[in-house]
Design a protein around this ligand. Structure first.
Ligand code: ADP
Ligand code: MG
Length: 334
């Protein structure tokens, strides 16, 4: 349905989107997940024909967005990060205006409006000025605008940002309902939102696709990943030599150690391997006392942080996020 190939966007020296490739199939809800500045809005603005790419192609139902914009855009409804609402219009005036811009035939406008206002539950505010609406209602009006003309594809940029928890749930439920009859792409920097709503997740970092899979598969991938925090009274070199002789150790990384004459390592092993006993005997044999050992299971949050962090920081960030888990479970404000 949508094919994105080698998509690249530069703003001066900033590489906002870096050789992005993905395909969107019909009838699913897709989530673009990534921290602020990852390139989500830029990608959406290019797919919807708002801005041009520096390189690469986007085709929608076979129509190139640059060569054949009208045909390509016909099937897309877009709710940008900042919806283009006119605050001095009533909801109805605004939606009629949007219908005109979308070239919806005059005789169809009234019935479409009634239908879409019912779907997005904005009927009771139809005659209110947009400036007097709550943020939740404004977002619904933005969605109604995107739905005009009954496009098959809905592209929603951070649709729940700035809403209170009740409004967030309402908008999420509305998106799920819309997902039954539309192909939806939504962006979010909140992991729990994407896993709650989407059938498929594309994780974007620094303009690049770093992972893409179903939420279930991503969780499975993550459950299999665990790491071991080990504090040993040893030199870095001695511990390094010993760890290098254990086949199940995939990689390790030394982190700051508060204790004198000690080293602290974060060790990643094969998913099924538990090397704690082995380490106990081997380190004892080598005369290197273990002062601390902790098994850490990486959650989806940690993986998200790890995948989207800078390469050099990924390990320490994922480790430090463990402390904050309680508070940050639902919302990764990055
Ligand atoms: P996201 O939506 O994931 O937060 P954006 O697509 O808005 O990310 O931004 C990606 C990168 O491109 C950021 O580094 C941002 O500062 C930069 N950027 C976005 N829009 C512009 C612009 N109009 N001019 C210059 N730089 C921009
Ligand atoms: Mg954005």
């Amino acid at each position: 349905m949508i094919e994105v190939r080698h998509l690249t966007k530069r703003y001066g020296s900033t590489l906002a989107v870096d050789d992005l490739n993905f395909t969107i199939e019909k009838g699913q809800i897709y989530g673009f997940l990534g921290p602020n500045g990852a390139g989500k809005s830029t990608t959406m603005n290019i797919i919807t024909g708002y801005i041009a790419s520096t390189d690469g192609t986007v085709t929608i139902d076979g129509h190139d967005i640059l060569e054949n914009p009208e045909a390509a855009k016909k099937n897309i409804g877009y709710l940008p990060e900042l919806p283009p609402l006119y605050f001095d219009m009533t909801v109805e005036e605004y939606l009629l205006f949007a219908a005109e811009l979308k070239k919806i035939p005059k005789k169809e406008r009234a019935s479409q409006l009634a239908d879409i206002c019912a779907l997005t539950k904005v009927e009771e505010v139809r005659h209110r000025l947009i400036k007097n609406l709550s943020k939740g209602y404004r977002q619904r009006v933005g969605l109604a605008q995107a739905l005009l003309g009954y496009p098959e594809i809905l592209i929603l940029d951070e649709p729940t940002v700035g809403l209170d928890p009740k409004q967030i749930l309402e908008i999420r439920n509305l998106i799920k309902t819309l997902g039954k009859s539309h192909t939806v792409i939504l962006s979010s920097h909140i992991l729990s939102e994407v896993s709650a709503v989407c059938d498929y997740v594309l994780i974007i970092s620094h303009g690049k696709l770093v992972a893409s899979d179903t939420p279930d598969n991503l969780s499975k991938l993550m459950q299999g990943t665990s790491s071991l925090l080990l504090t040993v009274k040893s030199s870095q070199e001695d511990l390094e030599n010993l760890l290098n002789t254990i086949p199940a150790v995939q990689e390790f990384h030394f982190t700051d150690c508060e204790e004198k004459d000690c080293v602290k390592a974060e060790i990643k092993t094969e998913p099924s391997a538990d090397i704690r006993e082995l380490l106990f005997y081997r380190l004892a044999e080598a005369g290197l006392p273990i002062l601390g050992m902790q098994l850490v299971h990486l959650s989806l949050e940690d993986i998200f942080l790890e995948l989207t962090a800078d390469d050099t920081q990924s390990f320490t960030e994922s480790a430090s996020s463990i402390d904050q888990k309680g508070e940050n479970l639902d919302d990764l404000h990055m």
